[in-house]
Ligand binder design. Structure first.
Ligand code: B12
Length: 333
């Protein structure tokens, strides 16, 4: 997918991607700072240059065109660029304090960092807590500092049940909660299911924070999570059953590790879909998984096999059973 680029960064974008490819920190910083020098607003450099470039990095990784090492190097360069832009602009706070944090187990700190910096540019007094903040520590931080709002980031839909528990814990501090990140769905539909305010990007977040209605008490949500709890209790058994079904003798140790991780993602995504009662969550995950596995030469019928085993075990789990059957990869015609 080609990014739709803001005209002010269009010519700089390929140069920026080249710097990421070369892990060229200084070159990437030069590209960003020269845009600032030529009058492009810092917010646009962050959201229209750095953000789409990172999404592009993700696509290269997904298609197995880039290794994890290349992705890590590029992400580090982008971190440096964000810091350089923030230092060049040195925005001073004129508005209230807000806290930006990634949920427990969420390691995608860069998207949240972009949001934090854009809010800072907009005058908010931002405290950025970074990746994977355990809820108990987040809550005690909120009690201590009593900010205007806490912004929680979630990049992976499979983490939504954990996200909801963290949201509930934050709400008990009476600090209003705003969430964001691709984990809540591109249109925020899973945030709606969880009854929490959502902002699509940093610009939207700043407007929501400034809206008086944002302070209103959230509507109570009732999620029937009995089936979800049963699925969580069956997680290890499901992974073991699927491993038994696959012919692991032919797998290298690294392939076995990757398979165990993938099976964990399958069960966690299924559980998250059951939690928010939305088959599309699992369907989107399966589409992504098939593309990742296919580009790495993994025969896709193995996914069908594992879904059969799991669906068999989950006969008494109506939603999980239906979602697995609905998303099972069809054999090529
Ligand atoms: C870098 C990266 C990592 C790094 C993160 C390092 C870091 N410091 O952030 C590391 C290596 C840790 C990582 C790990 C993993 N990653 Co990763 N990662 C990425 C990558 C390439 C870039 C992330 C990024 O910076 N994006 C740029 C930002 C700007 O994009 P954005 O999320 O759309 O953010 C905007 C909005 O969503 C919104 N927003 C975002 N957060 C918030 C928060 C708030 C409060 C608000 C209001 C708004 C908001 O505003 C932002 C600006 O407009 C993405 C690709 C992608 N498309 O994002 C994959 C990606 C997110 N990762 C992915 C995966 C699968 C993983 C792993 C599971 C891989 C693995 N096998 O281990 C792990 C999971 C780790 C975990 N538990 O968190 C997948 C997720 C797929 C899916 N369907 O769920 C992606 C999409 C890659 C891909 N194309 O397949 N990853």
């Amino acid at each position: 997918m080609t990014a739709v680029l803001d005209p002010s960064v269009e010519t700089a974008y390929p140069r920026y991607l080249h710097c990421l490819d070369e892990a060229d920190e200084n070159g990437a910083i030069d590209v960003a700072l020269s845009l600032l020098d030529s009058g492009v607003p810092a917010e646009r450099v962050l959201l229209s240059l750095v953000a789409p470039a990172q999404a592009q990095v993700g696509e290269w990784w997904q298609r197995n065109e880039w290794s994890v090492a290349q992705e890590h190097a590029a992400t580090h360069v982008s971190e440096r660029v964000i810091a350089a832009v923030a230092t060049a602009v040195r925005a001073r706070p004129t508005r209230e304090r807000v806290v930006v944090a990634c949920l427990d187990g969420e390691w995608h700190a860069l998207p949240a960092r972009l949001v934090a910096e854009v809010l800072r540019l907009d005058g908010w007094d931002v405290t950025f807590l970074g990746a994977s903040v355990p809820s108990v520590h987040l809550v005690s931080y909120l009690h201590r500092h009593d900010p205007r709002a806490v912004l929680l980031a979630c990049a992976l839909p499979m983490r939504l049940p954990h996200a909801f528990r963290a949201i509930e814990a934050c709400r008990r501090t009476d600090v209003p909660v705003l969430v964001g990140g691709r984990g809540f769905g591109s249109d925020g539909r899973w945030a709606t299911k969880l009854g929490v305010a959502f902002a699509r990007d940093a610009r939207a977040a700043s407007s929501v924070l400034a809206t008086p209605a944002f302070d209103a008490a959230p509507a109570p949500v009732s999620l029937d999570d009995t089936e979800y709890a049963g699925l969580v209790a069956t997680r290890v058994e499901l992974i073991d059953l699927a491993l038994e079904r696959l012919d692991l003798k032919r797998y290298s140790p690294a392939q076995v590790d990757a398979t165990v991780a993938d099976l964990g993602y399958i069960v966690d995504s299924l559980a998250a879909a059951v939690y928010v009662d939305d088959a599309s969550l699992f369907g989107e995950f399966v589409g992504w998984l098939l593309e990742v596995l296919d580009s790495r030469g993994v025969p896709l019928h193995t996914v069908g096999l594992t879904f059969d085993v799991m669906a068999d075990r989950l006969r008494d789990f109506p939603r999980a059973h239906r979602f697995l059957r609905g998303a099972a990869p069809r054999p090529a015609a």
